[in-house]
Design a protein around this ligand. Structure first.
Ligand code: IMP
Ligand code: MG
Length: 190
C-alpha cells in the first residue's frame, strides 16, 4: 500500500502575493513600451495570471500571449533540447516583452525563448521567474526578476505539476513520499 503523499509548504499564498506585487511595481518603474507578457505554459499559468493583475494594479496595461515549450520528458532527466509545442501568435517586433516562467533550472527553456523573441525583433526581452534553483544552470541566462530562490528540490503547486497533479494548489510545496513510492515513474509536464 502506498501512503498518500504529504505536501510541505515552501512558499505560502501570502508570501507569493506580496512578492508578486513587489515585482510588478519594479517592472512598472522600467516604463515598458507596448508591453507584451509571454507566459510559458503550462507551469507558469497561475503565476502569470497573478502577475498580470499585479501589473494592472501597478498601472500597466500589458497584452498577454502564451507559448508552450517542452524541455524534458521525465522528472529526473533533462533532454537538453527545447521544442515549441505552441508558438506565440502576436508579432513581437519593436515591443518590450516580459517572458514569464515558473522555474529557472538549467536555463535552457528561458534562454531558448529569450533568444527566439529577440531574433524576431523584440525591442527588449526581460525575463521573470517565480523560482530560481541555483547551482543547476547549464546555459547562461540571468533572469531580470526572481520571485524566490528555491532549494534544489522537486516542487509542485501554484501551477506546477508532478504527473499532472497538484497544479491547483495555491502555494508552492514539496511532495514528501512514502518509502515505497516509485519516484522513477513520475513525469512532469512543463
Ligand atoms: P530548465 O529549462 O532546466 O530551466 O527547466 C525549467 C522548466 O522545468 C520549468 O519551466 C518547469 O516547467 C520545469 N521544472 C524544473 N524544476 C521543476 C520542479 O521542481 N517542479 C516542476 N517543474 C519543474
Ligand atoms: Mg515550464
Amino acid at each position: 500500500m502506498t501512503a498518500a503523499p504529504r505536501i510541505r509548504t515552501l512558499f505560502d499564498e501570502n508570501q507569493i502575493a506580496r512578492r508578486i506585487d513587489e515585482i510588478a511595481r519594479q517592472i512598472a518603474t522600467t516604463d515598458p513600451r507596448d508591453l507584451l507578457v509571454v507566459a510559458v505554459l503550462k507551469g507558469s499559468f497561475m503565476f502569470a495570471a497573478d502577475l498580470i493583475r499585479a501589473l494592472h494594479r501597478a498601472g500597466l496595461a500589458p497584452h498577454v500571449e502564451f507559448t508552450h515549450l517542452s524541455s524534458y520528458r521525465t522528472a529526473t532527466v533533462s533532454s537538453g533540447q527545447v521544442t515549441i509545442l505552441k508558438d506565440v501568435d502576436s508579432d513581437v517586433r519593436g515591443r518590450d516583452v516580459l517572458l514569464v516562467d515558473d522555474i529557472l533550472e538549467s536555463g535552457r527553456t528561458l534562454a531558448f525563448a529569450k533568444d527566439l523573441l529577440a531574433a524576431r525583433g523584440a525591442r527588449k526581452v526581460a525575463t521573470c521567474v517565480l523560482l530560481e534553483k541555483p547551482g543547476k544552470r547549464a546555459v547562461r541566462v540571468n533572469p531580470d526578476y526572481v520571485g524566490f530562490t528555491c532549494p534544489d528540490l522537486f516542487v509542485v503547486g501554484y501551477g506546477m505539476d508532478v504527473a499532472h497533479a497538484y497544479r491547483q494548489l495555491p502555494f508552492v510545496g514539496v511532495v514528501e513520499h512514502g518509502a515505497d513510492d516509485n519516484q522513477g515513474e513520475l513525469t512532469f509536464n512543463g
